[in-house]
Design a protein around this ligand. Structure first.
Ligand SMILES: [Ca+2]
Length: 322
């Protein structure tokens, strides 16, 4: 049998404890080739996200993978950003005081890089978007062909028919840049959205953490150090003894879409008022009596159910064997 071509992925990320986990799972997955990490604000500011991305690649001994810095502000040029350092630590990686990375990001900016890669490999790049969608919206604005050239955008974002995690309306990645999210959702690109209605079903327990601890996996051991803070946050915020695997679930949806089920329809993002950042999905079953803001907009795929035990098992397997 000939070798199956690996899926080329770019991970757009704001590391971030569960970002670190997703990146390591990707690096341990033979099905994909990680061609770059692009960075964005969210869990930390963009410059720290870049530092952390470089650091994580050094930990994984994969400094052959370039890091490309993304936008420092929202698409509306807001610099007052919502940063989730109370979830991931001041350093984004569980307050471990890791040494500064030796490497540097490449000169290019993330939106240009995304446009260029999509042109270079038309239809063959999957972006796994694990933070606010600013870089991707900027790429869409830069190049009208981008949404056609890009293969797929698998994004972690939204709260479909459930409460958000920033407030009852909004999920964190969408809330980070709602205008950018609305541009992405209505761009016509092949989009698969994995929201917290799905990722809140994927719980990584204390027992799972023990399995990492007891393993010989190098990246598993590293993650055990940074997971402590993430566990305490979940205990306090959700009264759970485990943590949600948001980013790894989205990553695995890109690798093996059959781990989840999906529905299709138009998604719009609320950009004003108390529900700013809310994702509103229209499943198109109803014929409305008038033209709406959803009418004639392109459909996207939205994840509905997930095989949680399978996701946790794959995450453990890839990390224990790292
Ligand atoms: Ca993230």
């Amino acid at each position: 049998m000939g070798e199956v071509e690996k899926k080329k992925i770019i991970i757009d990320t704001d590391p971030g404890i569960d970002d670190a986990m997703a990146i390591f799972v990707a690096l341990g997955s033979p099905e994909v080739e990680v061609i770059a990490l692009t960075t964005i604000f969210g869990n930390v500011y963009t410059s720290l996200a870049t530092k952390n991305a470089l650091h994580l690649l050094e930990v994984a001994e994969r400094t052959d993978i370039p890091v490309v810095e993304g936008s420092h502000m929202t698409i509306m040029k807001a610099t007052k950003l919502r940063i989730a350092d109370f979830v991931h630590g001041k350093d984004g990686l569980g307050n471990q005081n890791f040494p500064q990375p030796k490497g540097k990001c490449i000169e290019q900016l993330a939106p240009e890089f995304l446009v260029e890669q999509a042109k270079l490999h038309p239809g063959n790049i999957t972006i796994v978007a694990l933070g606010p969608l600013t870089n991707i919206a900027l790429a869409i604005q830069l190049d009208p062909e981008f949404s056609k050239n890009i293969g797929q955008i698998v994004l972690l974002g939204g709260a479909f028919s459930v409460n958000g995690n920033v407030n009852p309306a909004a999920e964190a990645n969408i809330f980070g840049d709602p205008e950018a999210a609305d541009i992405v959702f209505t761009s016509g690109a092949d989009i698969l959205a994995v929201g917290i209605n799905v990722t809140h079903q994927v719980v990584f327990t204390d027992n799972d953490r023990k399995k990492l601890e007891e393993s010989e996996g190098k990246l598993a051991k590293y993650l055990c150090k940074i997971l402590g803070l993430y566990f305490s946050y979940h205990r306090e915020a959700y009264h759970t003894k485990g943590v949600y695997l948001h980013d790894p679930t989205a990553l695995l949806a890109a690798i093996n879409p059959s781990l989840l089920t999906y529905t299709e329809g138009v998604v719009r993002v609320q950009t004003t008022g108390i529900t700013r950042g809310m994702t509103l999905f229209d499943n198109t079953l109803k014929k409305y009596g008038e033209i709406t803001e959803w009418t004639d907009k392109p459909k996207v795929k939205v994840a509905v159910t997930v095989d949680s035990p399978a996701i946790v098992e794959i995450v453990l397997d890839r990390l224990i064997n790292s």
